[in-house]
Write a protein that binds this ligand. Structure first.
Ligand code: G6Q
Length: 543
């Protein structure tokens, strides 16, 4: 039951503080030596994903207290409220109902008294029809040529999910088509994405929930000009542009036929939208059947999160472990290390999901926190990272909890590659946990003066997320795992994980600076001396 006490005054928080003092000096070597079954016991499986969390600095007592913390913070009630469609995004007065996007057709989920599941399926069915026509060649460009290139124009939540999913599921994609993603307002992004494309074979998907975002609308207008330059005919727009948006009026003003607009709803947050119509490019790439399999994967993890007891609930366990290191060990970051080349964009995707959701300091009741909230998420695919930043994780002065993500079966069997890849993943988790003592180093014949440099302290925590194969279904499960872990953390920290006020100020200030860069009236500059000076230098250089 949710306590009204301050987080740091909760009995479980106090108990965790004391428990931390007892455990911080204990090495993972001791924990493993004291329990020969630890590797099997500190593990859980959910929706077909296996989580080994034994290489974390936790005991049974830690888990008991963390779960008590979740209970005292009302996690059960918050999960129910989310799945019931309550307006848990309180600062925007909205539900956070991404789970409805992957509900089964026969489910009923109500927002303001309306069952939203039929609407979700109506859009999915329309997407499927459009994708079928496009992939079969029935939908052609203005000159009758088949569409071979798809360019998604969007940013943030309307870009990162589709871009990540395309890379992650490339193995399943239509190999005779080209997919590009334009997000940055830097003209280079558009230019490089289109320089080798034939306009007659190119479809733009303008993906924007609001259809007013500066970057997306600037790129969309550039795409419009690029298309008109090729055909000199306004009618071409309807064949080469479709939209994904909630704003029909703006879509139509842009010149896109609203029959070719795919909608979603205000209860879908941008960074939680890759499984809505924002995933149109994904569906074109992998086909409707694979897209539905991805949704089924999301749903399976939703069900696991909603129903599994906390001690066996993967998102809850991962969320609580993040809180454990963030708030008690003072860890500042979490490294996400997928050992799969297809997941190269996954850390970037997670950066938005985690940091835009939990990088906040105001609580739900409008007070400021007196504890740390969301850590910095970062990472690179293995094994590349091993040859760069892993040095710091192994021997640096900072504690960096790591999530290792690996697959038992590769999509591209090539000799012994996969065994080498997975051996490296396992070796890294082992090295981080157990390290190498000075005695061991010296026993190898290392001279005394060099020994300190070759010692690995160990006791560096990691999760290992082990999956079968990187399929569309699995990707859905993996994303949902992190979505719900983020929600678990936000619930503990009592913040609204679904708003993003922190992106507003910079946008407003940019609007003021745009005309100032374009004018030469020095007298009108009224910023601080640094900003004024930089604006002047920029103007001078442009002359
Ligand atoms: C995500 C954010 C943000 C948003 C972009 C694009 O949760 O809300 O990243 O997705 O600003 O917004 P539009 O889709 O409205 O263009």
């Amino acid at each position: 039951m949710l306590s009204t006490r301050k987080l740091t005054q909760l009995p479980s928080w106090k108990a965790l503080e004391e428990h931390y003092r007892n455990i911080r000096g204990i090495h993972l070597r001791e924990l493993f030596a004291g329990d020969l079954q630890r590797g099997e016991r500190f593990a859980a499986e959910g929706a077909g994903i296996y989580l080994d969390y034994s290489k974390n600095r936790v005991t049974n007592e830690t888990l008991r207290l963390l779960i008590r913390l979740a209970e005292e913070c009302g996690l059960c009630e918050r999960i129910d409220a989310m799945f019931r469609g309550e307006a848990i995004n309180i600062t925007e007065k909205r539900a956070a109902l991404h789970a409805a996007l992957r509900a089964t057709r026969d489910q009923s989920i109500f927002v303001d008294g309306q069952n939203v599941v039929p609407k979700v399926y109506e859009v999915l069915d329309r997407m499927e029809d459009f994708v079928g026509r496009l992939r079969s060649g029935e939908w052609t460009g203005h000159t009758g040529k088949r569409i071979r290139n798809v360019v998604n124009i969007g940013i943030g939540g309307s870009d990162l999910g589709p871009a990540m999913a395309y890379e992650a599921l490339k193995h399943f994609s239509a190999r005779d088509m080209i997919f590009r993603f334009v997000s940055n307002v830097d003209g280079t992004d558009f230019t490089e994405a289109t320089f080798d494309l034939d306009p007659a074979e190119t479809l733009f998907i303008v993906s924007s929930k609001t259809f007013t975002t500066l970057e997306t609308m600037t790129n969309a207008h550039t795409a419009r000009r690029w298309t008109l330059q090729a055909f000199g005919d306004d009618h071409a727009i309807a064949r080469h542009f479709v939209a994904v948006s909630t704003n029909a009026e703006e879509v139509s003003r842009f010149g896109i036929d609203t029959a070719n607009m795919f909608g979603f709803w205000d209860w879908v947050g941008g960074r939680y939208s890759m499984d809505s119509a924002i995933g149109l490019s994904t569906m074109i790439a992998i086909g409707a059947g694979n897209f539905r399999a991805m949704l089924a994967g999301f749903h399976a993890m939703d069900e696991h999160f909603r129903t599994a007891p906390f001690e066996r609930n993967l998102p809850v366990l991962m969320g609580l472990l993040t809180v454990w290191y963030n708030n008690f060990f003072g860890a500042q970051t979490v490294a996400v290390l997928p050992y799969d080349q297809y997941l190269k964009r996954f850390p970037a995707y997670l950066q938005q999901l985690t940091m835009e959701s939990n990088g906040k300091r105001a609580t739900l009741d409008g007070a400021y926190v007196d504890y740390e909230t969301g850590p910095i998420f970062w990472g690179e695919p293995g094994t590349n990272g091993q040859h760069s930043f892993y040095q710091l994780i192994h021997q640096g002065t900072k504690l960096v909890p790591c999530d290792f993500i690996g697959f038992c079966r590769t999509l591209n069997p090539a000799g012994k590659h996969h065994d080498l890849l997975m051996a490296n993943l396992l070796a890294q988790t082992e090295a981080l946990a157990f390290g190498k003592t000075e005695d061991e180093v010296k026993a190898e014949g290392t001279p005394g003066w060099l020994a300190p440099h070759r010692v690995f302290e160990g006791n560096r925590p990691s999760n290992t997320i082990l999956c079968e194969r990187l399929t569309p279904e699995l990707l859905g499960k993996l994303v949902a795992l992190y979505e719900h872990s983020v929600f678990t953390q936000g619930t503990i920290w009592r913040i609204d994980s679904f708003d993003q006020w922190g992106v507003e100020l910079g946008k407003v200030l940019a609007q003021r600076i745009i005309p100032e860069l374009q004018s030469s009236d020095d007298a009108r500059l009224n910023h601080d001396s640094s900003t004024n000076n930089l604006i002047r230098l920029y103007r001078r250089s442009r002359k």
